[in-house]
Every structure is written in structure tokens, then in C-alpha cells.
Write a protein that binds this ligand. Structure first.
Ligand code: GRF
Length: 186
């Protein structure tokens, strides 16, 4: 399957998907990395790997026009499934409907807990014993679609949000390629 990845920044989850695609039995190939931030560090990394990239800032554009550009780039590249990897923009209902069931996201919490931002600080403030990461199908509801996989990570005494985020990120990099492969094989 031809996979397109949407990013907004660092792109470490995107890189873990790209690296996992080198395995001979991997059911997907990353054919396009697209970003709403033309200066996203992940774009340069992907280019260095020889992967096609596309950058489109939404600034000064209607959301529908911005998304139409992204959609066209994905379709031109032959993309069949989309992985969001630190893509910090809400997709419109229309975009989600056009790609129904074919978009996944990774979120740094044990969904359904802590949808949205600041997940690690919220888990620490709540006194939770553990945090984690989740991969889910993208629907119109933010961080709300079918759960495909999850990993739990302990919260340690004295944890800061940054320390916890780093511990969870290690697991994100393992979880995402595994779950995307299972999803595309099912
Ligand atoms: C990750 O923590 C991911 O779960 C969240 O945003 C962060 C993106 O990091 N959605 P990166 O750009 O993949 O390094």
C-alpha cells in the first residue's frame, strides 16, 4: 500500500514509519511526506531519504483550498492510506469523509483519556500511575476514532512533562510502524 504521511514538525514518528518500511515484509511504502509548515525539520529528513515531499502553508488561504492542495498532492502520489505524525492541524469533516477509514493518527495518551493537547502534563497533574500512546482511525471527532493499538508507560515519581514525553516517544516509535502494518494487512 502507498502511504502518505502528514507532519508539522520534528517528524520522528514519520522517520520510524520510513525506517520500518525497509523490512521486506512491510505492507506499505512511504510515497509522500507532506507538511503544513514548509520549514518542518522532518521534511528535510524525508528529502534526504529520497522520499517525495510537499509543503503547503495554509496562511492566507481558505481551509478548503489548503486541504484541496494537500488532497491533490496525496492523490498525485498515488496515496492509498494516510498516517498523521505530529500533524498539528484539524482535518475538516470533508477531508475525513473523502478518506474515510484510510487515515490513522498517533496520540500521546492512553485514549480515551486526554484527547487534545498537553497530554503528559494533564496525566501528571491527575496523579495517574501511567501514561502512554495510542494509534487510532481518524474520524470527525478529535482523537476519537477506533483504537488500533496502545502502549502503557509508567509515570515515575518527580516526572516532568518533558521526561514523560521522552519515555512515551520511545514507545510511539515502536507502536506506530507495528500498528500501521497490522492495519494495512487486515
Ligand atoms: C508525538 O508525540 C505524537 O504522538 C504527537 O505529536 C508528537 C509528534 O512528534 N501527535 P514527531 O513530530 O513525530 O517527532
Amino acid at each position: 500500500k502507498k502511504l502518505g504521511i502528514l507532519i508539522s514538525g520534528r517528524g520522528s514518528n514519520m522517520a520510524s514509519l520510513v525506517e520500518a518500511a525497509r523490512a521486506p515484509d512491510c505492507p506499505y511504502a512511504v510515497v509522500l511526506v507532506a507538511s503544513d509548515k514548509p520549514d518542518a525539520p522532518g521534511l528535510g529528513w524525508a528529502e534526504g531519504q529520497g522520499i517525495a515531499t510537499f509543503a503547503q502553508s495554509p496562511k492566507g488561504m481558505a481551509k478548503a483550498d489548503y486541504e484541496a492542495r494537500i488532497d491533490a498532492a496525496l492523490r498525485d502520489a498515488g496515496v492509498e492510506a494516510i498516517a498523521l505524525a505530529g500533524y498539528m492541524r484539524l482535518l475538516s469533516d470533508g477531508f475525513v469523509a473523502a478518506w474515510r477509514g484510510r487515515i490513522v493518527n498517533i496520540h500521546p495518551s492512553l485514549l480515551p483519556k486526554y484527547k487534545g493537547l498537553d497530554t503528559h502534563q494533564r496525566a501528571i497533574d491527575a496523579g495517574d500511575a501511567s501514561a502512554g500512546c495510542s494509534v487510532h482511525i481518524v474520524t470527525e471527532e478529535l482523537d476519537g476514532g477506533e483504537l488500533l493499538g496502545q502502549v502503557e508507560v509508567p509515570i515515575l515519581p518527580g516526572d516532568t512533562a518533558d521526561a514523560l514525553a521522552a519515555r512515551v516517544l520511545v514507545e510511539e516509535h515502536r507502536l506506530y510502524p507495528r500498528v500501521v502494518a497490522e492495519w494495512l494487512n487486515r
